[in-house]
Design a protein around this ligand. Structure first.
Ligand SMILES: Nc1ncnc2c1ncn2[C@@H]1O[C@H](COP(=O)(O)OP(=O)(O)OP(=O)(O)O)[C@@H](O)[C@H]1O
Length: 341
């Protein structure tokens, strides 16, 4: 439903030309939650502005529902943009208006009649869990509640796409999780397509179906979140995955266990879906007559199911270890022998 075809965006600055986005092609399907992750300066904000038609690409096309956002202007662009809504890191609420007046604002602009407006505002307040806070002003709300107002306001005109610009970056971890749960719920209930930009892999892991990783204006990797977690390719993707998989601790643990058990083979197992629930370790010990020490383990839930890594030391007869590794391979569990460098 959203297609970016060979998009580039150049800016002329007094220090010369800057390529903010460099030949990016992406397809975002209807009803999915698509994440764009990158460090500061990677080009994420520029991408969002290209998606909602605030900026025109220097070359390439942006298509939303078959309509070329990048080439229309005036009334046509305004009509197309009504179907694309946005929430922001710092909420962008009107401070002199109450919760219900903030949510009613886009409906007023669209010319919706008073009675219908009140009905819609009530519905939205219920949807985002703000019942009882209708008459509060933004200054009287917590960060999470402010973002709930932002979400309700963004949904007022029944958009087809919700763009989230670092929507949880100003929130503490617990509130972040609550807002992400709300976005997931809205995505499921309304079938709304959500595109979010973030620098936090936790956000991607928790709610996105697919992800694009950006570095210096380019998309260096994209794919299903589970696949990217299990098998990151680009060095920057590996760094992002490390943010949530605790690989740093595992390196320390491996050093410790190598000191304690200088024999055997250290293996990192990665598994997805219900393979993470099988009694794999018990099987290895029973069937292949090897000892298995658990060094480090971690299971994460993603929007597409569980993803786990387990680092183990397998010890015993060399042939038995090889057979055990072959068995893991046949279960389609990724087993990577690791050594410290
Ligand atoms: N209007 C502009 N004029 C000139 N350069 C710009 C403009 N907007 C962005 N840039 C440059 O383009 C590059 C990408 O910026 P962008 O804001 O899209 O990155 P980002 O990933 O969103 O980073 P951040 O999270 O820090 O905003 C940067 O080098 C930035 O300085």
């Amino acid at each position: 439903m959203i297609e970016l075809q060979n998009i580039s965006k150049l800016y002329n600055t007094k220090n010369g030309e800057i390529t903010a986005v460099n030949d990016v092609s992406l397809t975002i399907h209807q009803g999915e939650i698509f994440g764009i992750i990158g460090y500061s300066g990677a080009g994420k904000s520029t991408m969002i502005r290209l998606l909602n038609g605030l900026e025109k690409p220097s070359s390439g096309k942006v298509l939303v529902n078959g309509q070329e956002i990048s080439s229309i202007s005036g009334g046509k662009l305004r009509a197309a943009r009504r179907k694309i809504s946005m929430i922001f890191q710092h909420f962008n609420l009107l401070w002199s208006r109450t919760v219900e007046e903030n949510i009613a604002f886009p409906l007023e602009i669209a010319g919706v009649k008073k009675e219908e407006r009140a009905k819609k505002v009530k519905e939205l307040i219920d949807l985002v869990g703000l019942t009882g806070r209708e008459k509060s002003y933004p200054s009287q709300l917590s960060g999470g509640q402010k973002q709930r107002v932002g979400i309700a306001r963004a949904l007022a005109n029944n958009p087809e796409v919700l763009l989230c610009d670092e929507a949880t970056s100003a929130l503490d971890p617990e509130t972040t999780d609550q807002i992400l749960d709300l976005l997931l719920d809205i995505n499921k209930r309304l079938g709304l397509t959500i595109v979010l930009i973030t620098h936090e892999m936790h956000v991607i892991r928790k709610i996105c179906h697919r992800v694009a990783v950006m570095e210096a204006g380019s998309v260096v990797e994209q794919g299903e979140v589970l696949r990217v977690f299990q098998n990151p390719q680009a060095p920057i993707t590996k760094k992002f995955v490390m943010q949530v998989s605790g690989s740093k601790e595992s390196k320390d643990s491996i050093e410790q266990i190598l000191k304690a058990y200088p024999t055997g083979t250290i293996v990192k197992l990665s598994f997805v879906g219900n393979k993470s629930e099988q009694p794999i370790i018990a099987q290895l010990i029973k069937e292949f007559n090897v000892d298995v020490n658990i060094v480090h383990g971690n299971i994460s839930q993603t929007a597409n199911g569980p993803y786990g890594t387990l680092i183990v030391q397998i010890d015993g007869d060399k042939q038995n270890i090889e057979n055990a590794l072959r068995h893991l391979d046949s279960l389609e569990i990724q087993a990577e022998v690791i050594e410290l460098d």
